[in-house]
Design a protein around this ligand. Structure first.
Ligand code: SF4
Ligand code: SF4
Length: 316
């Protein structure tokens, strides 16, 4: 697909805004893409392990940027389990050819069933073994979604499959490659597209804090929340139907312990975000998600607790 110079610069400005919050780096990103188009554009292999596909579905909705534009103009998406037309041997051959020709970036969705390898089979062998071959050759690895970043729902409670995160898997199998974690259940499309586009365009890894891009997870949701004033004044929601602007702390809100730019980035074409829809933040981007305990606070249960004690309680 051909695009005009203006459309090209618009796309670069969008990536700059997504990653840096302003258009300041538009020219740097444009130069990166021009260098790439003059040489060989890096390729993307997308792989799914133990997951529900929700993160891929979320990505296709787009937000600030359009997913189709992303896969047709910004990256060369070689294979995707849900989006590729090819199947069976043709699909596997594309992966083999991409690995052989390189360089490529590997985007991983889902956790790895380390305690029950047969729970996830790919190309007639456990994903546990296949993944290692891909990771060894990848230029960098992007963990897409909370399952890939921290284990997520497959690793919750009794964790019968022994699900582990990509980071734990890499440590266990001795893979020493750059890893960028994009948590969220599901991922916000901007965070995945913006991060991958930035890496592909510049060949650099964005600034990370604890492995996640600082740009997308800059502060606690609580500190950016539109209901912070209600929290300060002790106005808590008791009746969801009548009260639509009160603080959701007592309804299980995990905004006070979850780092993410949800309140400003928003979702679904920037239409809304969980708390604005009167749903407590469930902390889907938190490393402990989905947490071991439900958190519906009664006044009595926390009135004598300090704020830091309460936060500790929220992280369990
Ligand atoms: S709704 Fe949640 S994030 Fe917002 S102020 Fe209340 S506790 Fe904090
Ligand atoms: S507001 Fe909380 S629950 Fe909602 S998407 Fe963001 S991190 Fe997840």
């Amino acid at each position: 697909m051909n695009i005009s110079r203006r459309q090209f610069l618009d796309n670069c400005a969008k990536i700059s805004s997504m990653v840096f919050g302003s258009c300041l780096f538009t020219n740097e990103i444009a130069e990166g893409f021009m260098k790439l188009s003059a040489t060989e554009r890096p390729q993307i292999i997308f792989i799914q392990s133990q997951c529900c596909t929700g993160c891929s579905i979320s990505a296709t909705y787009g937000n600030e940027d359009d997913f189709i534009n992303f896969i047709t103009n910004i990256v060369r998406l070689q294979v995707h389990p849900n989006l590729s037309f090819s199947q069976g041997h043709t699909y596997l051959k594309t992966i083999e050819e991409t690995v052989a020709s390189g360089p490529f970036y590997l985007v991983c969705e889902g956790s790895v069933p380390a305690g029950m390898k047969e729970a996830c089979i790919f190309n007639d062998e456990p994903m546990y073994d296949y993944l290692h071959k891909l990771m060894k050759k990848a230029a960098a690895i992007v963990a897409s979604g909370t399952c890939a970043c921290y284990g997520g729902i497959p690793a919750s409670n009794q964790n019968v499959t022994g699900a582990i995160s990509m980071e734990a898997y890499m440590k266990r199998t001795g893979v020493n490659k750059p890893l960028i974690k994009i948590p969220g259940c599901p991922i916000n499309p901007d965070r995945l597209m913006g991060t991958v586009a930035y890496i592909v365009a510049t060949g650099k890894i964005p600034e990370l804090v604890k492995g996640v891009p600082k740009k997308y997870y800059p502060d606690l949701i609580h500190n950016q929340c539109g209901r912070y004033q209600a929290f300060n004044q002790g106005h808590y929601t008791k009746n969801f139907e009548r009260e639509k602007l009160n603080c959701l702390l007592k309804n299980g809100c995990r905004g006070p312990v979850t780092y993410s730019d949800c309140p400003t980035r928003r979702w679904n074409g920037k239409v809304s975000v969980c708390i604005e829809s009167n749903a407590p933040c469930i902390g889907c981007a938190h490393p402990e998600f989905p947490f071991k305990t439900a958190l519906y606070l009664e006044e009595e249960s926390f009135k004598d607790l300090t704020w830091s004690e309460m936060k500790k309680m929220m992280e369990k």
